[in-house]
Each structure stands twice: as structure tokens, then as C-alpha cells.
Design a protein around this ligand. Structure first.
Ligand SMILES: [Zn+2]
Length: 182
């Protein structure tokens, strides 16, 4: 398990000054190592450009791909594009610190040979997720949501108030109770 995330590392020791390109792919497997991940399904290509100059490193990361998440309204899976570009600065000191500060600088120990990017990639992928995830509208201005599911969810939200008002249970609510949402 650790070995897998280890493969998302950039080995910089011994590289000449200049730019070096590293490619990675993030899929469902990658995100499964982060139990708190909002992303479960994804296909993202990652290009990291490492710039070696003097005693410092700069890593420009470009992400492009797709993730699939449930729509907030109808719960049906929908496709969300992911596109992100960011810069990480790497400094060296006697004691390493993996916490990036305000200007996205991390500190590695003088004895480090590589930088683990897994946690950074994980965070980058989540940074640009839209807060509201709903199906887009079609050409007629209607949401592309699963109409049947919306109807069902509406019935469920109506169920509680209906039962409060009356002791008798409408047989239609009874039928809905037997339908599992997942
Ligand atoms: Zn929807």
C-alpha cells in the first residue's frame, strides 16, 4: 500500500540543472488510499516539471482529467472536469518540514533524495472541486437530472410532513419505503 503511493515521488538527487518532466496518473486506486477523499472515481493525468537551479527546486504541476461524483440534486453520477496548475517551491534545511506555508514552500532535509508528491496531488485534485455539484442545464434550460429520482426524492421529503399531519399512512408512501435509494 505504501509502495503504491511511493511511486508518486520525484527523485531529484543527481539530476542536472534545468527542467525535468515527470508523468503520473491518478485513478480510483490512488484515491482509495485516502479514506476521507471526496473523489472516489477519477482519471487524471499529471505532469510535473521539476526545475533544478542552484540549491533549490521548483515543481510546476499540471493536472487534467475527469472525476465522477454524485449530483447534489438527483444523486446520479455525473462527470466533472479537473484542470489545475500550481507551483511548489522546495527549500533545504537540516530539519525537514512537510507542511507547505503560505507561498507553497516545503522544506526538505539536506539528506533527502526525493520528494513524495502523493499528498500534494491529493490536495491539488480537491482544491478546484466545485462546492455545488449539479447536472448542467440542457439547451431548453432544464437541468439534466434524473427526473425519476428527483420525483422520488421529492416524495420522500414530503413523507415526513404528511405523516406529522395525519396518523393514517398513505399507501403510496408505504410503497416508497420499500424502494432503496442505493
Ligand atoms: Zn442531477
Amino acid at each position: 500500500m505504501k509502495d503504491f503511493l511511493q511511486s508518486y515521488s520525484i527523485v531529484f538527487r543527481g539530476l542536472s540543472a534545468g527542467e525535468h518532466i515527470f508523468w503520473f496518473t491518478m485513478t480510483d486506486k490512488f484515491f482509495s488510499f485516502f479514506p476521507e477523499s471526496e473523489i472516489k472515481k477519477a482519471r487524471i493525468r499529471v505532469k510535473s516539471i521539476l526545475k533544478v537551479s542552484g540549491g533549490s527546486l521548483q515543481i510546476t504541476t499540471l493536472m487534467k482529467g475527469k472525476t465522477w461524483m454524485p449530483c447534489d440534486l438527483c444523486l446520479e453520477e455525473m462527470e466533472l472536469p479537473i484542470k489545475y496548475k500550481t507551483l511548489l517551491n522546495v527549500k533545504f534545511a537540516e530539519v525537514a518540514s512537510d507542511i507547505s506555508d503560505v507561498d507553497d514552500t516545503i522544506t526538505l532535509s539536506d539528506s533527502d533524495n526525493e520528494i513524495s508528491m502523493a499528498q500534494h496531488f491529493y490536495e491539488y485534485a480537491h482544491l478546484r472541486l466545485p462546492i455545488k455539484r449539479v447536472h448542467k442545464k440542457n439547451s431548453e434550460g432544464k437541468l439534466r437530472c434524473d427526473a425519476n429520482m428527483i420525483q422520488l426524492l421529492k416524495s420522500y421529503s414530503g413523507e415526513t410532513s404528511a405523516q406529522k399531519d395525519s396518523q393514517s399512512v398513505d399507501p403510496r408512501w408505504e410503497q416508497l419505503k420499500n424502494i432503496k435509494l442505493n
